[in-house]
Design a protein around this ligand. Structure first.
Ligand SMILES: *[C@@H]1O[C@H](CO)[C@@H](O)[C@H](O)[C@H]1NC(C)=O
Length: 105
C-alpha cells in the first residue's frame, strides 16, 4: 500500500511539473551589446512580449553637457486582446512614453 501511495505521488509530480512549466513564458531571444559609450538590448518571449532599446552618450539639447540618452519600445497583447505598443525616449527631459493607448498631454 505504501508503495502504491509513493508511486501515485511520483506520478502526480511527473504529470504536474510540465503543466507548471508550460504556464510560464519562455524567453526565446535575449541579446545585448554593451559598449563604453553605447548599448543595445532586446528580448522576446514565446507569448508575444518583445522589447528593445538602445542608448548612447550625446550632447544635451542645450549643448551644455553630455548625457546618456536611451530610446526603446516594448509590445505585448493585453488580457482583453488589445495589442499594446509603447515607444519611449529617456533623456534630459525624463521618460517619455508614447502609445495609442496612452493619454497625450
Ligand atoms: C537577458 O540576459 C541578461 C543577462 O544574462 C539577464 O540579466 C536578463 O534578465 C535577461 N532578460 C530576459 C528577459 O530574460
Amino acid at each position: 500500500m505504501k508503495f502504491l501511495i509513493v508511486f501515485v505521488a511520483l506520478f502526480a509530480l511527473a504529470v504536474a511539473a510540465p503543466i507548471g512549466d508550460e504556464s510560464l513564458a519562455q524567453v526565446i531571444r535575449n541579446e545585448s551589446d554593451v559598449g563604453p559609450e553605447s548599448h543595445s538590448a532586446s528580448y522576446e518571449t514565446n507569448n508575444g512580449i518583445s522589447a528593445s532599446e538602445s542608448g548612447k552618450l550625446r550632447a544635451s539639447n542645450n549643448q551644455e553637457e553630455t548625457i546618456y540618452a536611451v530610446q526603446g519600445q516594448y509590445s505585448y497583447t493585453a488580457p482583453d486582446g488589445t495589442p499594446i505598443l509603447v515607444r519611449w525616449i529617456a533623456d534630459e527631459n525624463g521618460f517619455q512614453p508614447e502609445g495609442a493607448h496612452l493619454p497625450t498631454v
